[in-house]
Ligand binder design. Structure first.
Ligand SMILES: NC(=O)c1ccc[n+]([C@@H]2O[C@H](COP(=O)([O-])OP(=O)(O)OC[C@H]3O[C@@H](n4cnc5c(N)ncnc54)[C@H](O)[C@@H]3O)[C@@H](O)[C@H]2O)c1
Length: 385
């Protein structure tokens, strides 16, 4: 197997997860890392065992030996960094959101087409085996005509007014915030599993903490709770902590989503439930190895992840036998497995990708913008683009 040389830009919370996931495949060698400044880059490169540390991401892109670049920077840098990666002619796995606005994402879709490289967005939840089982059952008729879709994405890491992160600042994280940060995952999952397109939305936003206490020194994601009260300053919050969103798909399916980053005890509860004419399906990311098939005429069925018992299309995403759980790091590994296989073998690129493309990333921004406009105008809004 040919070894592919890769680089990582941004190594806070999710960057190291990308490095670990791709390394677990074999045949991928991280040869360079870029961070916000040389000192940080050197510390991170040392910790991750990556030989070259760059204080400016453009140094990475100038290396002709690097084929794949993972963009794991904060949201406000995605457009600039993704465009530079594409213009350097390298394949890219970008973190979500693809950029900060749909005009930026539209430009990136065009840039990716022009560059002729592979361009993915890390909507990693697609890659859980039981999400693929849901997709198989929705796609082959076992679910039946979709009557209703609903679910939620609930977290508690921004529950306290002392919880702080760059995502809370619109110029760095974008707006909408909770909807853009995690609601976007739910919309992507729903679109991927059902093939439905969200056509119009009606949303209501709430900001629970109108003011928060910001650490005087920036902290990495999920690191804020180690700070002391004297380390904070008071700042106004302009983006939503929670949102409720109703929607209709292009084919007329109704749906509803609840998004929150202030729900105590809910750590990363991404939940999707589909009610169909022949059955129902529900799945919870915090119990990723279980999928329930709901039935009216007989007992419900609990599917436990086991490659021997899944639909063939889903079994390929499970790598351990039944009773051996697979979860978050494995989803990202599956994404990397598909992506790097397509980098290695041009023939594989003829089949549609399971991973989210830049076009999906663009659609996601269009949905989030419609949701924000709806909350602002207190009206139903059509998704454009
Ligand atoms: N798909 C997922 O499940 C998932 C999960 C978490 C985060 N994310 C996304 O990943 C991105 C990063 O989030 P995070 O939680 O890791 O944030 P983070 O703040 O923990 O890490 C961001 C890193 O980028 C670095 N950085 C900042 N400016 C840089 C620059 N100019 N060049 C290089 N590096 C720079 C920071 O120093 C930091 O190490 C976000 O866009 C977020 O939406 C996705």
């Amino acid at each position: 197997m040919r070894t592919i040389r890769a680089a990582i830009i941004g190594t806070g919370f999710i960057g190291p997860a990308h490095v670990e996931a791709a390394r677990r495949l074999g045949g991928v060698q991280f040869v360079a890392l870029a961070e916000a400044g040389r000192e940080l880059a050197e510390a991170k490169a040392g910790a991750l065992g990556i030989p070259r540390a760059c204080g400016d991401y453009r140094e990475v892109l100038a290396d002709p030996g690097i084929e794949v670049v993972h963009n794991c920077t904060p949201n406000h840098l995605h457009f600039e960094v993704n465009r530079a990666i594409l213009r350097a002619g390298k394949h890219v796995i970008s973190e979500k959101p693809l950029a900060m606005s749909s005009s930026e994402t539209r430009a990136l879709v065009a840039e990716a087409r022009k560059a002729g490289v592979l361009a993915a967005v890390d909507f990693n939840y697609r890659f859980y085996p039981l999400v693929q089982e849901m997709r198989a059952q929705a796609g082959d008729g076992r679910l039946g005509r979709l009557y209703l879709a609903q679910g939620s994405y609930l977290q508690d890491w921004l529950y306290l007014e002392t919880d702080y992160n760059w995502r809370l600042e619109p110029r760095l994280g974008g707006s909408p915030r909770a909807v853009g940060d995690i609601g976007s995952h739910w919309f992507d999952l729903f679109r991927h599993v059902t093939g439905e397109e969200i056509a119009e939305v009606s949303a209501d936003f709430s900001t629970v903490h109108g003011f928060r206490r910001r650490p005087r020194k920036a902290a990495e994601t999920f690191a804020g709770r180690r700070l002391k009260p004297a380390d904070f300053e008071r700042v106004r919050i302009e983006t939503e902590d929670c949102a409720t969103v109703q929607f209709r798909t292009a084919s007329g399916v109704p749906g509803a989503l609840v998004v929150s980053q202030v729900s105590a005890g809910r750590k990363n509860r991404l939940y999707l439930e589909l009610s169909g004419a022949k059955s129902a399906l529900w799945w919870d990311q915090e119990r990723p190895n279980e999928l329930t098939v709901g039935r009216r005429e007989k007992a419900n069925e609990l599917i436990i992840k086991d490659p021997a018992l899944l639909s063939p299309a889903a079994a390929a995403f499970a790598h351990y036998p039944g009773g051996h759980p697979e979860g978050y790091p494995d989803g990202l590994k599956n994404l990397c497995a598909e992506f790097y296989a397509r980098v290695r073998d041009q023939k594989l690129r003829r089949a549609p990708a399971v991973h989210a493309t830049f076009a999906d990333g663009h659609r996601e921004l269009a949905i989030c913008e419609a949701v924000a406009e709806s909350a602002r105008r207190r009206a139903w809004v059509k998704v454009r683009g």
